[in-house]
Write a new protein. Structure first.
Length: 151
């Protein structure tokens, strides 16, 4: 990798913004699957189930939605109470349409440490090869029913 590519910002917020727009443009309801155990996640504890939370980010459901390169933030009502939500981009696991389940599990960024240590082939192979369908997802448990692998 060149010095220029190692200085590139994360691609995750760009994918998130694009998929949110695509889902909304098709008249569907965008939902985020978030790892609520990660540092910096601010969501109502009552909404968290098994360390994860699903957030409806449709225009009609939130106020002041902001998806920048660092976090997703907005105000929404949970149980009739207004709550300021803040989710670091790294805590967003997936974005999908509630109606169809179409969307994407966001890929991890390639760690710069692997590139610096000379593990270019391992990092490239990890990105190019799809996960084995028989391998359980990280964190254990079953895959959510609304996500599916599209090849």
């Amino acid at each position: 990798m060149t010095d220029a590519s190692s200085r590139m910002t994360s691609h995750r917020p760009y994918l998130l913004r694009a998929l949110n727009e695509w889902i909304a443009d098709n008249g569907m309801t965008p939902h985020l699957l978030v790892d609520a155990t990660m540092a910096g996640v601010q969501v109502p504890a009552s909404a968290v189930k098994e360390g994860k939370v699903v957030l409806n980010i449709a225009e009609r459901a939130v106020v002041r939605l902001m998806i920048d390169n660092d976090a997703v933030s907005f105000t929404a009502r949970f149980g009739g109470v207004s709550y300021a939500v803040h989710v670091p981009i790294s805590a967003v696991l997936a974005i999908y349409s509630r109606e169809t389940g179409q969307g994407m599990a966001l890929p991890d960024d390639v760690p710069h440490d692997a590139e610096a240590s000379g593990d270019h082939e391992d990092a490239a192979h990890a990105q190019d090869s799809p996960p084995d369908d028989d391998t359980p997802p990280p964190g254990g448990g079953k895959r959510p029913p609304f996500l599916r692998v599209v090849k």
